[in-house]
Design a protein around this ligand. Structure first.
Ligand SMILES: Cc1cc2nc3c(=O)[nH]c(=O)nc-3n(C[C@H](O)[C@H](O)[C@H](O)COP(=O)(O)OP(=O)(O)OC[C@H]3O[C@@H](n4cnc5c(N)ncnc54)[C@H](O)[C@@H]3O)c2cc1C
Length: 569
């Protein structure tokens, strides 16, 4: 508080994506008084709408050497500090008969120059390492790619920022600034829950608003020319691959297939969209067709694999007039000191980059904040592990090493649920089911799983069968992970992300939220919004089993509660 009784912070950070969360953690670890402000929920922007690829940097080696070097360095750091968010499954860059095999040598040379270990392997070895890969491949290079869960990563940064004293507001939108004599002194906030506005003061304000950083800068009267490059992706209801499969050619559409938990994701497209579409994106039929036809070239079994949903995100790229798709704009980090650039003291923008480089972005930004506040505290985020990450883990973390085949056989290859699934039961039916739920929680939360109190049959009962989320895990998330609706809960625990897309779990989870008094809206309203959000992702791929499942969900919820689920979007 200042002498007028107003809140005052050293630094206010706008945006609860990976960049803002990482910056809040770094600033708090360096002893600053921090407030993080997010207008919706953590990871609701590009951070929660990407592939989840832990880039080795190989994808950028030929076209963007600087980004490639940043990626491989951060890749190695994230394996150490965020082990519970990372799956170390390696990647293949494959050459197909229609591609130019000569590109492979250029690719390996560029990888080597960036410090990325790229090993040319025989196509036969690639087929045995990754049986789902297109058997017609004529070349393969193995690189240290991996999978990373952006939701867990962001949450872990928030949890640690709070442990170091940071304050966090979700559902609060920055609507304006207090600027006096060329210095930013504070922010104006709208609380979306109460519809009230307030002003909070700080010495420094950081714009980590991703693509919306463009609008936030405008509110402050400065220009940050962003380029909204939409990318669409498809989620498949089965994990067809264990290694990441990339195409060995210049980055293009639908040339990356990434496994994560029980599913895999194909992406992406790249097209410029108007700024006013960034808040309400739809995946088009053309995008779905393109993703499918190109995706099948990476792994032909995708043709017979059920698609769960489609989604899209907007890359926070800084504009280049010469590239209409945004595909070749640098993924390099952009740090803007608006005092030296625009004569506006106390305001900094951190943007560009990638999920992969969020920690480095936070480090650069916090270094600048500290210089301005005359603090010489050094960054420790590359050494100190995030909550949940096990420093002692020496072996590569792989999904099937932890889960064995327990999760696999529940669904057939085309994603059709097997008859053993019991739609009515929340109770854990066997000791082995309880054990797999424990393993799933440990997979998701790492060493923090020890705090999840799943001691008796009631707490070990399943809320979400597809993702094996127990009552205890939901209770833990509600109490500790900043949750007040079902969509938040989905991002923290994967409730509703599995094959049935919330058909059975949504109602149970809504009950738990209501019991804990955590529904910002009424439980029924929350449930309706959650189900419609699930339907929005299913709608572009609503045929076959996906449509049957959506209709079944609709019958349950419309029949029992009168909730409209399937609406034309
Ligand atoms: C299709 C696609 C695929 C990608 N794949 C990968 C990948 O596999 N690997 C990788 O490393 N990177 C990938 N990326 C890039 C990566 O997702 C982004 O670079 C990264 O997530 C950006 O994080 P951020 O925190 O800077 O922005 P965001 O995650 O967009 O966060 C910005 C936040 O600011 C909030 N906000 C906006 N305005 C306001 C306001 N007025 N008040 C308060 N809050 C506000 C938003 O709600 C949002 O939560 C991909 C991106 C896309 C779009």
């Amino acid at each position: 508080m200042n002498s007028n009784g107003e809140s005052h912070f050293d630094v206010i950070i706008i945006g609860g994506g990976a960049t803002g969360a990482g910056t809040a953690r770094d600033c708090a670890m360096r002893g600053l008084k921090v407030l993080l402000v997010e207008r919706h929920d953590f990871a609701s922007g590009a951070t929660g709408r990407n592939h989840g690829l832990l880039h080795s940097g190989a994808r950028y080696a030929v076209t963007d050497h600087e980004s490639a070097e940043e990626c491989i360095k951060e890749n190695m750091i994230l394996r150490r500090i965020a082990s519970h968010c990372v799956e170390e499954n390696d990647g293949l860059f494959i050459t197909l008969p229609e591609d130019d095999l000569a590109y492979q040598a250029k690719f390996v040379e560029a990888c080597t120059a960036a410090g990325i270990n790229a090993e040319v392997i025989d196509p036969a070895l690639a087929r045995s390492l990754e049986p789902s890969v297109n058997p017609e491949l004529i070349g393969a290079v193995r690189v240290p790619d991996g999978s990373i869960d952006p939701f867990r990563l962001t949450t872990a940064n928030i949890v640690d920022a709070k442990l170091h004293g940071a304050e966090v507001l979700t559902m609060h939108e920055i609507t304006g600034f207090v600027i006096e004599n060329g210095r930013m002194k504070g922010v104006k906030l709208l609380d979306h829950r109460t519809k009230r506005t307030k002003t909070i003061y700080s010495s420094i304000t950081v714009n980590a608003g991703g693509i919306w950083g463009h609008n936030i800068a405008q509110l402050a009267g400065v220009t940050v020319n962003m380029f909204p490059a939409k990318g669409a992706l498809l989620v498949f209801g089965h994990r067809v691959n264990n290694m990441i499969i990339n195409r060995c050619r210049k980055p293009a559409n639908a040339d990356i297939l990434v496994p994560g938990d029980l599913i895999c994701v194909i992406g992406t497209t790249s097209s410029r969209i108007p700024f006013d579409e960034c808040d309400n994106m739809h995946v088009t039929r053309e995008e779905v067709d393109l993703l499918l036809s190109e995706g099948e070239k990476l792994a032909p079994s995708l043709r017979n694999t059920r698609i769960l949903r489609a989604y899209a995100g907007v890359r926070p790229l800084v504009a280049s007039d010469s590239d209409p798709s945004g595909r070749s704009i640098s993924r390099g980090i952009v740090l803007l000191d608006h005092e030296t650039r625009d004569g506006l003291a106390g305001f900094i923008t951190i943007t560009g980059g990638k999920l992969m480089t969020y920690r480095l972005m936070a480090e650069w930004c916090t270094d600048l904040v500290c210089r301005k506040l005359n603090s010489d505290r050094k960054c420790q985020t590359a050494e100190i592990a995030l909550p949940g990450s096990r420093k002692e883990e020496s072996q590569a973390r792989k999904y099937y090493d932890i889960h064995g085949s327990a999760q696999g056989p529940k669904y057939s290859l085309d994603g059709v649920p097997q008859p053993s699934r019991d739609a009515s039961a929340t109770a854990v039916t066997s000791a082995s089911q309880a054990e797999t739920a424990d393993k799933s929680a440990e997979w998701r939360h790492g060493s923090i799983n020890a705090e999840i109190n799943a001691t008796d049959a009631d707490s070990r009962a399943l809320v979400c069968e597809c993702e094996e989320v127990s009552v205890a895990e939901v209770e833990y998330a509600i109490s500790n992970l900043h949750i007040d609706n079902l969509v938040n809960l989905r991002r923290r625990t994967r409730v509703g992300m599995g094959t049935c897309q919330g058909e059975l779990c949504a109602c149970r989870a809504a009950g738990q939220l209501a019991k804990a008094g955590r529904c910002a809206r009424s439980a029924q309203d929350d449930l309706e919004k959650f189900l419609q959000e699930r339907w929005k992702g299913m709608y572009p791929v609503a045929w076959g089993h996906t449509l049957s499942e959506a209709q079944f969900t609709s019958w349950i919820y419309e029949g029992v509660y009168g909730l409209p689920v399937i609406e034309n979007k």
